[in-house]
Design a protein around this ligand. Structure first.
Ligand code: AMP
Length: 208
């Protein structure tokens, strides 16, 4: 199954993707994670991406699309994948059409107030990638694997405002672009498991 996940920053795409990945045995591909890995390893792609990411802007399409295209050639994508953070614009969606077919698009709908509440509290496990928020989890280490948690460099108020604007202007139009494959998931107040339940049923339905 080949899935796209749409949603504003902090809407919970990463957490939802991890749930889908486990149940449907497909790989999660986050272009943000790929960029961060490239930056950590000091690659050319990392060097090109860093200044844009630091400001909260989108990395140019040429760099992003090429990186994704290469990633999709890997063996672990054969059984399907879930794209988390790509495409982020109509031109990226047009480019994706030339690379692969897509079975479903899930748009995570979370009220803006809730997104703003989440932004500065996000913490991520440095080893297994589990995502926490300081409003509900105050320990400095991961509950699942015990590794230290970290805060992303771009999770600060200056870039967050711009990232939300970029989403509204450039990424949100994809909801119409994918209207024929779209499933809208309401972010639940009761937490990620409740948000995931209807999505899981929807995806199971596609397999029948
Ligand atoms: P994310 O981890 O998805 O929040 O992405 C973090 C940052 O990586 C974004 O603010 C962008 O600077 C960059 N980025 C990730 N995915 C894309 C994309 N599809 N197109 C352009 N830039 C991206």
């Amino acid at each position: 199954m080949r899935i796209i996940l749409l949603g504003a920053p902090f809407s919970g795409k990463g957490t939802l993707a991890r749930n889908i990945m486990k149940d449907f045995n497909i790989v999660q591909i986050s272009t943000g994670d790929l960029f961060r890995e490239n930056i950590k390893n000091g690659t050319e792609v990392g060097l090109k991406a860093k200044s844009y990411m630091d400001k909260g802007e989108l990395v140019p399409d040429a760099v992003t699309i090429e990186m994704l295209k290469e990633r999709l050639k890997c063996d672990d994508c054969k059984n399907g994948f879930i794209l988390d953070g790509f495409p982020r614009s109509i031109p990226q969606a047009e480019a994706l059409k030339e690379i692969t077919d897509i079975d479903a698009v899930i748009a995570l709908d979370v009220p803006t107030d809730e997104i703003k509440r989440r932004c500065v509290g996000r913490r991520i496990c440095s080893k297994c990638g589990e995502i926490y928020n300081t409003s509900s989890y105050s320990k400095p280490t991961c509950e699942k694997c015990g590794s230290p948690l970290f805060q992303r460099d771009d999770d600060n108020l200056e870039t967050i405002t711009l990232r939300l604007e970029v989403y509204e202007k450039t990424t949100a139009p994809l909801i119409n672009f994918y209207a024929d494959k779209l499933y809208v998931a309401k972010g639940s107040q009761e937490g990620p498991e409740e948000t995931y339940k209807p999505v899981k049923n929807f995806l199971k339905g596609l397999l029948k």
